[in-house]
Design a protein around this ligand. Structure first.
Ligand SMILES: *[C@@H]1O[C@H](CO)[C@@H](O)[C@H](O)[C@H]1NC(C)=O
Ligand SMILES: *[C@@H]1O[C@H](CO)[C@@H](O)[C@H](O)[C@H]1NC(C)=O
Ligand SMILES: *[C@@H]1O[C@H](CO)[C@@H](O)[C@H](O)[C@H]1NC(C)=O
Length: 473
């Protein structure tokens, strides 16, 4: 029966060839907007060009009755240039992006709360809507320790994707440092998944029509994976802080090539750097360890989560030796999982399993792998390579509370002030950004780590600077 279930779940593994993944050659999204908010110049981060929103672009249009550029003023050498500027909104404002490729899109919002003599971004308070969904409420840009990036995956059928900022609370201003809107590969979110209802697994249909906020993205047993090394410019953090029980577990690194197969996980689903490390339970004697490897991910109650578990057998010496059980929130969700059968008998070939679950009452999602009744002595008896936990919006269309979109928008009263201050701030910011630019050109001769991040396009500098003043309409 197990075999049957597996066969039906993975019957699309029909092709026997495999593909290698070269990040530089792979995925090129149709919709690909990188916006450097509040900046006068474009910035390049990891070979990705974030375009200034100070001049009107044909594809990403900012409409704001009252917004201005703010720049950190002091240099923040450890941070990429996109975090040195922000666009501040004193009234409800939105960015509108043309959607040429309907389907799932990734949206990333970058926030870094810096402080200037004119304004301290810590004092902000605002709501953010992404295409009619409430993404953030009463938000003030994360904590001051460093940048905060929030990421959403949503299915877009309209011709436009809108990101709206609504100032709230006493501060009456909102801000953002950078925005990414990217069409996702078609295989990133499949149509169906299994859903855990009590102790039973049911089919969850229409998964790819839903929206998600990525709350945890973890590479197991390996080092942090940065956007530079990820096919979709994601960040995967190491699992150490989530690891709950690791009796008898070991880490493994694999230096061979990961064999992506048609129908399995593609290199857009997970990059080499995630699949080439793992933690495992291994039998080193004639007995099977009575062990369990488990992780606990803090989540917010009252939401459903898509739990994606990434596997790649990079540790077995030969096929057909690894069998293990997979548990989510204490329920057995896959009995005697046999990676060899799933991958059509190929080692180092990645695949993933998706489960839709509710947060358990203690506000965590618990994931575990353990030896099964089919596990064998002297072999690997459980493995996990990566985990993603994605929050699904609630019935109010929100990722952040029970206030529906209409009420979030209503909370914006009409109010005008600070008109005189704005051109001044914009001018100061322009001067500062030019001086940073000049300084950097001078610095280029020295090998300051700074100058390795080319930020500006000298030819277009004056034009962009001039068009900026002072705010957008
Ligand atoms: C924001 O916080 C205020 C005060 O705590 C609360 O009354 C309001 O409902 C919150 N707004 C949203 C959209 O959650
Ligand atoms: C990218 O991955 C390679 C190989 O794993 C590693 O040596 C390098 O430091 C990574 N680069 C970044 C920017 O993360
Ligand atoms: C493993 O076998 C034992 C004894 O036959 C049985 O009680 C137990 O339910 C089995 N475990 C699983 C997960 O099937």
């Amino acid at each position: 029966m197990e075999i049957l279930r597996m066969r039906s779940a993975f019957s699309f593994f029909l092709l026997y060839f495999f593909l290698f993944c070269d990040i530089s050659l792979s995925f090129s999204p149709v919709d690909h907007y990188l916006v450097n908010c509040g900046a006068f110049l474009d910035s390049t981060v990891d070979n990705r060009r974030f375009v200034s929103d100070s001049h009107d672009s044909t594809h990403a249009h900012l409409s704001s009755p009252q917004s201005f550029s703010l720049c950190a003023g002091t240099l923040l050498p450890a941070l990429p240039p996109i975090y040195h500027t922000a666009r501040v909104f004193k009234a409800q404002s939105k960015y509108v992006f043309d959607v040429k490729d309907p389907g799932t899109h990734m949206v990333r919002l970058h926030f870094h709360r810096f402080s200037t003599p004119q304004l301290n971004l810590v004092d902000s308070q605002f709501h953010v809507l992404v295409n009619g969904l409430v993404a953030l409420t009463n938000f003030s840009g994360g904590n001051s320790l460093g940048p905060r990036v929030t990421e959403y995956l949503l299915c877009v059928h309209s011709e436009k994707l809108e990101i709206t900022f609504v100032p709230a609370g006493k501060s009456k201003f909102a801000f953002v440092n950078a925005i990414e809107v990217i069409s996702a590969p078609k295989d990133l979110i499949p149509e169906t998944a299994q859903s855990l209802n009590g102790d039973k697994l049911e089919s969850f249909e229409g998964l790819n029509q839903r929206a998600f906020e990525v709350v945890h993205r973890v590479t197991v047993g390996g080092a942090k994976v940065t956007p530079f090394n990820d096919s979709l410019w994601r960040t995967w953090v190491p699992d150490d802080e989530y690891l709950k029980s690791n009796q008898g577990s070991t880490r493994v690194y694999f230096s061979g090539s990961i064999k992506y197969q048609e129908g399995g996980a593609s290199c857009e689903v997970g990059p080499d750097n995630v699949y080439n490390s793992a933690r495992l339970i291994e039998s080193k004697s004639a007995s099977i360890p009575n062990a369990i490897l488990s992780w606990e991910f803090p989540v917010t109650e009252d939401y459903k989560y898509l739990v994606r578990l990434h596997f790649c057998d990079i540790a077995s010496v030969s096929l057909g030796l690894l069998f293990f059980n997979v548990h989510v929130n204490g329920h057995l969700v896959f009995k005697d999982l046999d990676p060899s059968a799933v991958t059509n008998y190929m080692l180092a070939s990645p695949f993933y399993l998706d489960f839709v679950v509710d947060a358990d009452p203690s506000s965590v999602v618990n994931v575990a792998v353990a030896p099964s009744n089919k596990s064998m002595a002297h072999t690997v008896d459980a493995i996990l390579n990566g985990v993603e936990i994605m929050k699904m919006n609630n019935l109010m269309g929100s990722f952040d509370g029970k206030v529906p979109v209409e009420s979030v928008l209503k909370c914006w009263p009409t109010r005008k002030s600070g008109r005189i201050l704005l051109p001044m701030i914009a001018l100061v910011c322009l001067l500062l950004s030019l001086s940073v630019f000049m300084r950097r050109r001078v610095d280029k001769a020295d090998s300051v780590p700074w100058s390795k991040l080319p930020m500006e396009d000298p030819e277009t500098t004056p034009k962009k600077g001039k068009q900026q003043l002072p705010s957008k309409v």
